[in-house]
Design a protein around this ligand. Structure first.
Ligand SMILES: Nc1ncnc2c1ncn2[C@@H]1O[C@H](COP(=O)(O)OP(=O)(O)O)[C@@H](O)[C@H]1O
Ligand SMILES: [Mg+2]
Length: 257
């Protein structure tokens, strides 16, 4: 089981890595490179108030999954996902891509563009600000339940993929985490042994782990968990969400996971 310290160390490491990355690489203050999974390059062009996402050489498969989700799960825009559009890279856009990032993007290739959101990720906020974890938890439960209503799943949900904006919104990032019911290769950092190709189980586990991290519960180190470990953690998370005055929350949660 990871300790609280390990979780905190992860948050601090991300933060420090981001800071040093900015300092070393970007003399151009107009471009801000974000820390992501490594499969893609994500950067903001501040003068345009836009964020762009392009694949790296190793991330083409994940980028394709992301493009498919943006094209096929348009309803997710109404379920708290950041507005995302697919545009075609032109020479000027390609010039903006930080050189050291190994991006694989030429003129005419698809590129994802989003509005630049204010605030920080939920992970960063958890260790640097005072936040209401129950409000965030409810947004997560609501999001997961509604997605499931469309038979789509957020199989790589995590606090790094949730942005808390300065005006109090909980916004889900990373369309590459979305997959539909009949897909058998969900993008998932964690999986339940025996169910690694099941989008619904991966989505449920991701939600349980995200809520566990939010509530600062000890979470397993392993990426493949037994059914028993998963079910115990799910119970623990449900307990933390329990609110006797909010039957809808309870019902949504049970339905969602
Ligand atoms: N529209 C946005 N506005 C502000 N920050 C963003 C936006 N999109 C992504 N980010 C930042 O970039 C990081 C990586 O983006 P993400 O889409 O999760 O990429 P990856 O698929 O590589 O993980 C996020 O954790 C967040 O900090
Ligand atoms: Mg991400």
């Amino acid at each position: 089981m990871a300790t609280m310290l390990a979780i905190k160390a992860k948050a601090i490491k991300t933060y420090v890595a981001m800071e040093s990355f900015f300092a070393d690489l970007f003399a151009d203050k107009n471009i801000v490179k974000f820390e992501g999974s490594g499969a893609t390059v994500v950067f903001a062009v501040k003068s345009l108030n836009q964020v762009f996402k392009v694949p790296t050489r190793d991330g083409l498969k994940f980028f394709q999954i992301e493009l498919d989700a943006i094209r096929n799960a348009e309803f997710a825009h109404d379920l708290g996902y950041v507005y995302a559009a697919i545009t075609t890279a032109n020479a000027e856009m390609i010039r903006q891509i930080p050189k050291k990032c190994n991006a694989l993007c030429g003129v005419g290739d698809p590129i994802v563009s989003m509005p630049l959101l204010s605030g920080t990720t939920a992970l960063e906020a958890l260790y640097t600000k005072k936040i209401d974890t129950q409000i965030i938890a409810r947004a997560i439960v609501d999001h997961v339940a509604k997605l499931q209503g469309h038979q789509w799943y957020n199989t790589d949900l995590k606090l790094e993929n949730i942005q808390l904006t300065d005006d109090g919104r909980v916004v889900f990032l990373d369309w590459g985490s979305l997959c539909k019911k009949d897909s058998n290769c969900p993008t998932a950092t964690f999986a339940v042994i025996g169910h690694t190709t099941c989008p619904r189980t991966c989505g449920s586990l991701a939600a349980v782990l995200t809520l566990a991290e939010l509530f600062k519960l000890p979470i397993p180190d392993d990426r493949k968990l037994s059914e028993g470990v998963y079910l115990d953690l799910r119970e623990e998370v449900l307990g933390k969400l329990e609110n006797p005055h909010d039957h809808r929350l309870r019902q949504n949660t049970i339905n969602a996971f």
